[in-house]
Structure formats: structure tokens, C-alpha cells
Design a protein around this ligand. Structure first.
Ligand code: CP3
Length: 353
């Protein structure tokens, strides 16, 4: 399919099969890079880093300068949205995020969606700066957490093992919990509208904890709010492709892709590439799904896995990526080796049996 688009990532999202495939990596900016650690040390804390356009723009571009990925993902965090809504947020060294817990509809009523545009203006400024200096083959990717995943952090007060607080609330009082999800969907529409207005060319919705829900809850709190966000953005920006990443969705990937209206679907490491080729690629662009541990290990294991993915998925619309984020211990030279591997010719030979 010819689309008249020059940027490889946008061509793949418009349905073209490209060889070599365009690529970027989830969490491509971060602690595995010495130049990230150097900039990180200059900011008082992580929230401040995300709200300082000069530093955030630099962090967005660091991996591109080194490796030339086709996608530059805006440097920020999915938890900047609850922060902008007025929830207290802190990142403690080595512990992950800590949020003041939201536990009932009364606490939802105190969140203020009118603050989004002003509180997150520095993120939009980062996008304007990066877009202004980006080379013509690189695509600027914006992002937000999907409502369910953001809600898990807001209700649990941080990361969780079993999600018992957020699920208990959702199952006990589904209508009350809908109020939180609806507010997050509206806020996400505003947030992504601001990003696209500032020059972002693709957006990704990270639903990192989608795979923790049984089917009816997945439909209500993953598919429905995502469908609503996609529909609203398509009205405002018909040409801006949207990638959904419903991590862990298993047998619900196909329904997610059909019912949400996303242009592309990010698949996690556990999704069989043969299934993605047969069932998902006819419906949209597939992005994924190298095990991040293979990137950490490198060598022959990395080479073999990258070749296998390209053979299976390269004949359809495909963006190479990991199945989850780059691990902080990943040697920078393995990412260099990956960039080299991806530039080599590989014949796509999907096995349809
Ligand atoms: O290259 C990029 O992807 C840039 C921006 C980015 C970050 N976080 C920066 C970050 C993106 C797209 C995210 C997404 C994100 N944040 C997700 C969804 C993807 C996923 O990993 O499932 C989630 C769940 C979060 C929430 C979050 N942020 C956690 C749980 C943590 C702590 C754990 C960790 O990995 O450190 C963060 C912190 C964070 N976000 C860092 C970075 C670079 C590390 C901060 C540091 O320097 O200490």
C-alpha cells in the first residue's frame, strides 16, 4: 500500500509492510544510558525532570542520537496525569512511584480536570522543542496511560502485586468506579489533544495492567474508555494514528483491536508472533514483541529472536519494539547491536500453518 508518507513509522501505521521495519523501544530513554544518568542528576526529582522542557527534550533525543530509532517518544510519565489532576506524587529512589490514595467517589470529586492544560503545559513545550529539531525520518510519539492502568496507581497508591484495592472498589461499586474512569478518559483526551497540538505525530496508550481483568471488566474498563478516547481524538485529528498497548490481554487482543478503533496494537512478550500475524495484522499494525531480557543478554540469542520476529511479522504492517520496557541493566552496546541487526535484510517468511 502506498500512502505518500515519508516517515517509516507513519507508513507502517498506515498499513504498509516495510523491510527493514521501523523501530523504537518502550522506555528507550532511561537509566541504561550514561547520558540519562548525567541529566537525571541535574534535576531535584523525577517530576521536576518531566516538567523541565529543556531537560525533557534532551532526554527524548538521547536514544535517537545514539541509535537512530524511527520513533522518538516524548520524555514524561503516565503518572503526570494524576499529578496534574491534583494528586500528590513522588518517585523514591529504587522504590517506584508513591501516590496519595484515591479510595472513593468523594476523593474523585476533589480531582480537578480543569488544571490539565496549564499544569501539563511544560510537557507540550517539550513536544514543541523536540518536533522543531527532529530529522525528517523520525516520528515524534506522544503517550498517556490508559484509564484502567492510571486508576490502578491512583487507587493502590503506587505499584501493586494483586490489585486488590482497585479491583475491590470496581467490583463492589462499579458505578462509583466508572466516575473515576470517565474522568480519566476525559482528562486523557485533553492531555493528548494538547500533545498533538504541540507537534506529536502518533500517540500510544499504555495499558500495562490490562491483563489483570476478567473479560466483563476488561470490556468495561479497558475497551470502553479506550474506544471513547480514540473516537474523540479521531474527530479532532483524523490523521493522527493511535497505538494501544493492552499488556497481558491474551485472548482479548483481537477484540481490543476490533472494538477500540486503534490503528496499531502493541503486543507483549507472551503473544505468539504467529497469532499476531494471522489474527491481528489483518486488522491493524502490529508492534512488538522482543523479550527485554533478550536485549539484556545480547549475542546469538538476540540475533535469532530478532530474525524470527522479522520473518513472521515482516510481511505485514509491522513496527519492531520490545514486549515491555528496556531494563535498566541493559548494556548500551546491545542496543547498538540491535540497531545493526534491524538494518540487515531479512526475507519475511510467515508460516501460515
Ligand atoms: O523512553 C520512554 O519510554 C520515555 C518515557 C516514559 C517513562 N515512563 C519514563 C520513566 C514512559 C513512556 C513511561 C511509561 C510508564 N510509566 C508506564 C507504562 C509502561 C510500563 O512500563 O508498563 C508506567 C506503568 C509508568 C509508571 C512508572 N514510572 C513506574 C512504575 C516507575 C518506577 C519504576 C521504574 O521503572 O523506575 C516510573 C519511573 C520512570 N518513568 C523512570 C523513567 C525513565 C525512571 C525514573 C528514574 O530515573 O529513576
Amino acid at each position: 500500500m502506498q500512502t505518500g508518507q515519508a516517515k517509516p513509522l507513519l507508513r507502517a501505521l498506515a498499513g504498509e509492510a516495510l523491510s527493514p521495519p521501523p523501530w523504537w523501544l518502550m522506555r528507550q530513554a532511561g537509566r541504561y544510558l550514561p547520558e540519562y544518568r548525567e541529566v537525571r542528576a541535574r534535576a531535584r526529582d523525577f517530576v521536576e525532570l518531566c516538567l523541565t522542557p529543556e531537560l525533557a527534550a534532551e532526554l527524548t533525543l538521547q536514544p535517537i542520537r545514539r541509535y537512530g530509532m524511527h520513533g522518538a517518544i516524548l520524555f514524561s510519565d503516565i503518572l503526570m496525569l494524576p499529578y496534574a489532576l491534583g494528586q500528590k506524587l513522588a518517585f523514591h529512589e529504587g522504590e517506584g512511584p508513591v501516590l496519595e490514595r484515591i479510595e472513593d467517589p468523594a476523593a474523585v470529586g476533589k480531582l480537578d480536570a480543569r488544571r490539565i492544560a496549564s499544569a501539563l503545559d511544560p510537557v507540550f513545550e517539550t513536544a514543541r522543542r523536540v518536533r522543531g529539531g527532529l530529522d525528517p525520518r523520525t516520528t515524534l510519539i506522544g503517550f498517556a496511560g490508559a484509564p484502567w492502568t492510571v486508576a490502578t496507581y491512583m487507587v493502590e497508591g503506587g505499584g501493586s502485586r494483586d490489585f486488590r484495592r482497585v479491583k475491590s472498589w470496581a467490583y463492589r461499586d462499579p458505578q462509583g468506579f466508572d466516575a473515576l474512569i470517565d474522568l480519566l478518559a476525559d482528562a486523557t483526551i485533553e492531555y493528548l489533544t494538547g500533545q498533538i497540538g504541540a507537534g506529536v505525530e502518533v500517540v500510544q496508550l499504555f495499558d500495562s495492567w490490562a491483563g489483570t481483568l476478567p473479560e466483563p471488566a476488561f470490556v468495561r474498563w479497558v475497551i470502553e474508555p479506550t474506544r471513547r478516547i480514540v473516537a474523540a481524538l479521531k474527530v479532532r485529528f483524523a490523521g493522527c494514528p493511535i497505538i494501544g498497548f493492552p499488556r497481558g490481554a491474551g485472548m482479548l487482543h483481537e477484540r481490543y483491536l476490533r472494538d477500540t478503533g486503534v490503528d496499531g496494537i502493541g503486543i507483549d512478550t507472551a503473544v505468539p508472533p504467529g497469532y499476531a500475524h494471522r489474527t491481528l495484522q489483518p486488522l491493524g499494525t502490529v508492534q512488538g514483541n522482543l523479550d527485554p531480557v533478550l536485549l539484556l543478554v545480547g549475542g546469538a540469542a538476540l540475533e535469532e529472536a530478532v530474525r524470527g520476529l522479522r520473518q513472521m511479522l515482516g510481511a505485514g504492517p509491522y513496527i519492531f519494539n520490545l514486549g515491555h520496557g528496556v531494563l535498566p541493566e541493559t548494556p548500551a552496546e546491545n542496543v547498538q547491536a540491535l540497531a545493526r541487526l534491524l538494518s540487515e535484510p531479512v526475507l519475511a517468511q510467515p508460516m501460515d500453518a
